[in-house]
Design a protein around this ligand. Sequence first.
Ligand SMILES: Cc1ncc(COP(=O)(O)O)c(C=O)c1O
Length: 311
Amino acid sequence: VIGVGGTGVMNSVLYALATLGFNREVLVQAPYYNNYKGQVENTMSFVNGTMNGLKFNLDADPELHTTFEINTYPNNPDGRKRAPLVSDPSRVIYDCVYNWPQYTAIDEDPLEGDIMIFSASKNTGHAGTRLGWALVKDPEIADKMREFVARSLGVSIDTQLRIYSVLKSINSDFVAEKSGFYDWGSSTMNDRFDQVDSLFGESGVMREIEFVNRKERGAYVWLKCLKGIDCQRVLREEVFVEGNSGIQYGVGGEYVRIQFMARSVEIEQFLISLKNFFEGGDKLGRGYEMRDGDGGEGRTMGMGMGRGGGC
Ligand SMILES: Cc1ncc(COP(=O)(O)O)c(C=O)c1O
């Protein structure tokens, strides 16, 4: 089933869940992608003439047949591949938008989820073209998803042709000869992570900041300020980088996520700035106590993907 980005495809899955049953709850494990909550809570459907919605519930009982889990595989923000809490595979939705070689080691035994969502956004970086797709085992769910997509008259043919030509191009002999798109992507990302690794050293901790996803890696750098201080502020005011606070991902503000799919020139600046910060002293000073939702102005370089704060 195709849809408007991974987001549109996820919306179509949620619509199918709301249409095919009552009182369904959606569970995710923290830290989780910040958009899911709103997506779940905005899903409504009529069932037998009755308005039916979904509930976003982090404490939903995984054993109940009404509980469904979104498992981001690998995860945004921390790159981990987690086992689902829900053991019934028909009740797990895998969000696989980062399951590409540039972000993770591809499993020897490929994942075989009942519902697996992918997207051109993270595959080749064509987020603005808005194409997502899902592999769905249950034909009834797939039909409901298509019904949802059809309500907005489907996915733009221009979008489909654009991504078709992008995929053709990355599979071309020319790209293959130059060692392949995914080899290039994974060596670029690994090289970036190696540099962060070397700044943090053996222990993975510098100036009381821990490099949490040093093993898992992924599409982001996920940091934790060990003293429980506001890590987003530390990065903003000391490293001049605007990250996303862990609060958005259902964990505390001692975490911060740094965009790592950015342009090389931005990554180089980030690495220089982080090195300068590490060389500037041994401990974080006072003045970084946690202030939830603090949106202070700092001298920062934006490392976003230029498509708003949703990613
Ligand atoms: C885990 C996850 N799922 C889905 C999406 C949405 O992707 P798309 O641009 O394909 O809608 C994102 C975007 O950042 C994401 O991080």
